[in-house]
Unconditional design. Structure first.
Length: 184
């Protein structure tokens, strides 16, 4: 039998929860031979810059590294360019700081089915003994470039944003609106 048997108890918990993660996203790129200076600067700000393939969290900030000597910082949204200006000033001479908030969308995925669903369209081995909590990687998901990180209680997915094309999220779409029916 491929489905649950009649009368069998079903798990009421959802397989996947998906939430948009509003964040300022800044890329820090260490200038040539200035990585240690940048790491010391980040440490003074209470952040650890992880090695390639890892993610760290501190002070309401996620720091993701999927390429050598480059880090993505996800912070709570601030006034436009405030976080970027702070890192550009602090990192002058040791890093380039680039605002990527408009280019990337951050999603938080949770639930027991997330690894299996991601594995269906992903080139990574997401088995928990291989892709450990704290792991991060750049990959393709259904032929779309993404960054993926395993968090202790879920997954972070960063992908290209459609904001440049006018994408707006509407939380209350109805079937009547999608079918073209007018509502009173």
């Amino acid at each position: 039998m491929s489905g649950p048997e009649s009368g069998a108890a079903t798990d009421p918990a959802p397989g996947i929860t998906c939430a948009s993660l509003p964040a300022d996203i800044i890329e820090l790129a260490a200038l040539r031979e200035r990585t240690q200076v940048l790491k010391a600067l980040a440490a003074r700000r209470g952040l650890a810059l992880p090695s390639a393939g890892w993610i760290t969290a501190a002070r309401e900030t996620l720091v993701l590294c999927v390429r050598p000597e480059r880090w993505l910082l996800l912070t709570a949204p601030n006034p436009p360019s405030a976080a970027l200006a702070g890192w550009r000033t602090a990192g002058a001479g040791c890093a380039a700081a680039i605002e990527l908030s408009s280019a990337l969308t951050a999603l938080y995925l949770a639930g027991p089915a997330v690894p299996e669903v991601l594995a269906r369209g992903c080139r990574l081995d997401l088995h928990p003994q291989v892709f450990l909590p704290g792991s991060a990687a750049a990959t393709y998901l259904a032929q779309v470039p993404v960054m993926l990180a395993a968090l202790p209680a879920g997954w972070l997915l960063l992908g290209a944003s459609a904001r440049a094309f006018g994408f707006v999220s509407h939380p209350s779409v109805t079937l009547a609106a999608l079918s073209g029916e007018r509502t009173p």
